[in-house]
Design a binder for this molecule. Sequence first.
Ligand SMILES: [Zn+2]
Length: 214
Amino acid sequence: MDKFLRRKDSSSRTDDEEPSTSVTKNLKKVVKRKYDEDYIKYGFSWCGDETAPRPQCIICGYQLSNESMVPSKLKRHLYSSQPSCANKDKQYFKRCSDQNKKQKKFMKSAVTVSEKALEASYHVAKLIARQKKPHTVDETLIKPACMEIVRLMLGPNEVKEVNKVSLSADTVKRRIHDMSSDILETLIKKLLLEFLMEAENLRLTERKLHSTRF
Ligand SMILES: [Zn+2]
């Protein structure tokens, strides 16, 4: 009987404990600091998750934890890491922040455009090689035709993007050379591997024959 009572006791105790622990867990979760627009005066914007933003220094880019989203800690970073900016006003930090955003946007678009242009250049070179057309066909026909189509269908700004694809005869020649040496290298590796495997098989068969003979 005692055993049952004890069990009941202990189970009721855990029942009581469980909600209390989940409450503390919930309380911990609730303490997520939000970014205040006023924090820009300490030289901070924010980054990461909107529900738990991390303070990010506008000047050096350093990121603090969400827990550090309090004036005292932001101020401490400003005074210790950028003392020369400590007396700057909100407007100064706002201008720096806008500048950072512009720079980031520019870098992102520059990288994606150049990567895409490079990829396009390889694709066109492959088409030319497959069709066994002279390397100059790109410069004299393909690129002007593409630009004309894009200009009529999309507009003048898009033409500028297409123009970034390098399609001179020299480039096409270089791309085809790159691709053919890559293919050649793969082919040589494959043939070499096959040859080595064949040699190994021959060696094993020879050894077997030798052992049966003696
Ligand atoms: Zn900083």
